[in-house]
Ligand binder design. Structure first.
Ligand code: IVH
Length: 725
């Protein structure tokens, strides 16, 4: 039937005969079922939701007026049953077995399994590889679905493998699980369903038990927990959040009220069979497990796309690795992969040992989530002064390593998760991602556990910790004084564009700070030859070079010194603007936020940052000590002279390219800027001068193309000299 036949006009004329009504209802059921399959299983809806709803309502209306024509397999009957007092027991005709589990993180699981299978089959090294099917191991709960004559009649949990519980009412609410299977006699939509599979269309036998896993997708789990948190927030007493999708799924399946189960949005994957009509009685005669899975798919059951045939241990190992890497991107949790011998004849030959098939094995991945408790919440200070709250955990093995710390990122995150000392929490470590606290088990919280608050003082140095507007992080403002920031602060101060201490690089700073030779910046200037020479890999010559460089660095400029202090948001240009405007360091240190904002380059954020920095007595102390050590620069007491004086190069843009004979590029930049010019990184029509040195490349070419003025160093120096007059 073409889809349009069924949809007809929005308000169909009343159906005149009972036969017409019955036919219409059957057609609606079939179409709704086929569409449900496309929507929930294939994830390829072909009908707008509104149309689906319209057909659904039409069917509901016909069922209400013709209750004698209502059938249990109708899509309207997924949530129908009344709450139960308890679940009935179900004896499995074919026991639900579990499988042997390998837990190594390497490849031995696959190798050992393959070796055992080959031994059972009497194969030698010269025989070809055994063909397997590799599948995902879904992290949910096992379920057996029984269909008789194509209709779902019973769904049972695994229980002890022999006897489970009848959870049919709840399982019917899972949209991915067909209530009715395609049949030879049924109308065209179902025949279409059968044709969806890649194998030749066959029809399900009279008795069919499909085994698989009921699980919850991560997104559905998150949504459920979000709803639970809302309810708890509104004071609901008997509600709780769920630890993981598996627990939430298991809880949903074991609800006595199917209406509640329906809200859980469970999903299903098929991976095997239980009791099935024998081939002699007209049942299917599969040769391989792979073929069996493809057929289940053609009958409308969800089968994961990641099912693969694999030749021998090598391809199993590859599957294990690939799925391990893809694990985090899947929309649902897996806890491993499963390997099965593909040939059903070989499966029968290999058989079982005690209660486990010898032809299948589960190869697990390390769990990515574990429960543990919070021993403390520390605040760590990073190299740049950033304060990070970190939960100290009772050690727990998760994601393949022992975890004792989990970051809470920042104040907002810590508040949102509301982690408190003593809490039981779920920690997650997926792949190489740093461990995280996923959530707190609120029901396990000890009463009166205080809420975490970010400290207002740096836990390392005691300076104020501030959170600037628009930022997520608190930062320590004791930049120069704070031990956590020592290395960063020293490196920044010593940078060639700051105070410049030649030869004081990464490695050396690391050593000096780790050996506790340098605690604060002024300690640099107290370094003696003996202390230096005693360091690892420090030759006498380099030690004395460094002493010389330190001495040389004492004569600096105010902008370099200001920049070197490493005040947040105070870059080179700002430092220059401040120096030009205020003239002296004391004037900058004592300026109010309002005064600071008057400087062209300074906005409210920079002003605030400067203020908090210089309000820290520690920082002022360090500055005073540096000056006492002999660090000096020229100051202009009258203030603002540079800003006021008209400068020759004001408004002119320079681009410097290639290697100049005497000036470094930074020096040239400094001097242009000091004369009021601007230095840009790339050539454009707006460039006034291009200063080209040796081996100038594409920038020079572009300048020539644009017909710009190109000068050499000598011409630049002449220009600067003229500007200074
Ligand atoms: S096959 C006779 N395949 O893992 C073989 N089991 O002990 C029966 N599971 O709780 C199991 N994904 O529910 C098989 N692709 C898969 C599976 C799978 C998850 C579960 C199963 C059982 C456990 C195996």
């Amino acid at each position: 039937m073409a889809t349009s036949d069924l949809f007809g006009p929005a308000s169909s004329p009343p159906l005149s005969t009972p036969v017409a009504v019955a036919e219409r209802m059957a057609a609606l059921r079939a179409e709704l079922q086929a569409h449900g399959h496309r929507y929930y299983v294939l994830d390829e809806p072909t009908l707008p939701d509104s149309e689906y709803d319209r057909l659904f309502k039409e069917l509901q209306a016909l069922e209400a007026t013709h209750p004698q024509l209502l059938s249990a397999d109708s899509p309207t009957q997924r949530v129908g049953g009344k709450p139960l007092a308890q679940f009935a027991s179900v004896r499995h005709k074919v026991p639900m077995l579990s499988i042997r589990t390998e837990t190594d993180t390497e490849s031995t699981g696959a190798k050992n399994f393959d070796a055992r299978v080959r031994k059972e089959l009497g194969l030698t090294a010269n025989d070809p590889p055994v063909e397997y099917v590799a599948e995902l191991k879904f992290d949910g709960l096992a379920m057996s679905l029984r269909y008789e004559n194509g209709v779902l009649v019973q769904a049972a949990t695994r229980g002890d493998g022999e006897v489970g519980e009848d959870v049919t009412q709840n399982i019917r609410t899972i949209n991915q699980i067909p209530l009715k299977l395609p049949s030879r006699s049924a109308g065209p939509p179902q025949a279409r369903l059968a044709a969806l599979g890649s194998v030749e269309a066959t029809f399900p036998p009279a008795v069919l038990e499909v085994r698989g896993e009921v699980y919850m997708r991560r997104a559905d789990f998150e949504a459920l927990n979000e709803k639970q948190r809302e309810k708890i927030g509104q004071g609901a007493k008997n509600e709780k959040t769920f630890v993981n999708p598996r627990n939430a799924a298991a809880g949903g399946v074991r609800q006595l009220d199917p209406a509640i189960a329906a809200q859980r949005r469970l999903s299903f994957f098929a991976y095997g069979l239980g009791e099935v009509t024998a081939p002699a009685q007209g049942g299917p005669d599969f040769n391989t497990h792979f073929e069996l899975l493809q057929t289940l798919k053609s009958w409308g059951f969800p089968v994961a796309a990641q099912v693969e045939r694999a030749q021998g241990a090598i391809e199993l190992i590859s599957y294990h690795q690939r799925m391990g890497a893809a694990r985090d991107q899947l929309p649902y949790d897996i806890d491993g992969v499963v390997y099965k011998v593909n040939s059903l004849a070989l499966q029968r030959q290999i058989g079982f040992v005690s209660r486990e098939p010898r032809w299948a094995v589960a190869h697990k991945y390390p769990a990515q989530e574990q429960l543990t408790s919070v021993l403390a919440i520390d605040v760590q200070v990073g190299r740049t002064g950033k304060l990070t709250p970190v939960a100290k955990l009772a050690p727990v093995f998760v994601g393949g390593v022992t975890v004792t710390n989990a970051t809470l990122h920042n104040e907002d995150e810590a508040r949102r998760k509301d982690v408190r000392v003593g809490d039981t929490v779920i920690v997650r470590r997926a792949g190489d991602v740093i461990p995280e606290v996923v959530s707190v088990l609120l029901e396990k919280r000890v009463q009166d556990a205080p809420q975490f608050t970010m400290p207002r003082q740096c836990p390392i140095c005691g300076s104020d910790a501030v959170r600037l507007e628009g930022e997520a992080d608190y930062r320590c403002t004791g930049g120069l004084f704070c031990a956590a920031q020592r290395k960063e602060a020293i490196l920044h101060y010593a940078h060639r564009r700051a105070v410049e201490i030649e030869g004081l690089g990464d490695k050396l700073v690391e050593q000096l700070v780790d050996a506790n030779v340098i605690r604060t910046l002024p300690d640099l200037y107290k370094l003696g030859l003996t202390a230096l020479a005693s360091l690892d890999r420090m030759a006498d010559k380099s030690a004395s070079n460094l002493i010389d460089a330190l001495e040389k660095s004492k004569q600096t400029t105010l902008p370099r010194f200001l920049f070197g202090l490493g005040i947040r948001h105070v870059g080179e240009a700002t430092a220059k603007a401040l120096a030009r405007y205020f003239g002296t360091l004391d004037a900058v240190m004592d300026a109010t936020e309002e005064q600071l904002i008057e400087v062209g380059d300074v906005g409210p954020i920079v002003a605030k940052s400067l203020r908090t920095f210089f309000e820290q007595p520690h920082n002022r102390e360090v500055v005073a000590q540096l000056r006492a050590c002999g660090v000096r620069w020229e100051e202009s007491e009258e203030g603002r002279p540079a800003a006021a004086a008209p400068r020759l190069l004001a408004g002119k843009t320079f681009v410097i390219t290639g290697t100049l004979p005497s000036l470094s590029r930074d020096e040239a930049k400094d001097r242009v800027e000091a004369a009021g010019g601007k230095v840009a990184g790339s050539v454009s029509k707006k460039t006034d001068f291009v200063v080209a040195g040796a081996e100038a490349g594409s920038k020079l070419l572009k300048a020539q193309e644009l017909g710009l003025v190109v000068i050499d160093e000598a011409a630049l120096l002449a220009l600067l000299a003229a500007a200074a007059d």
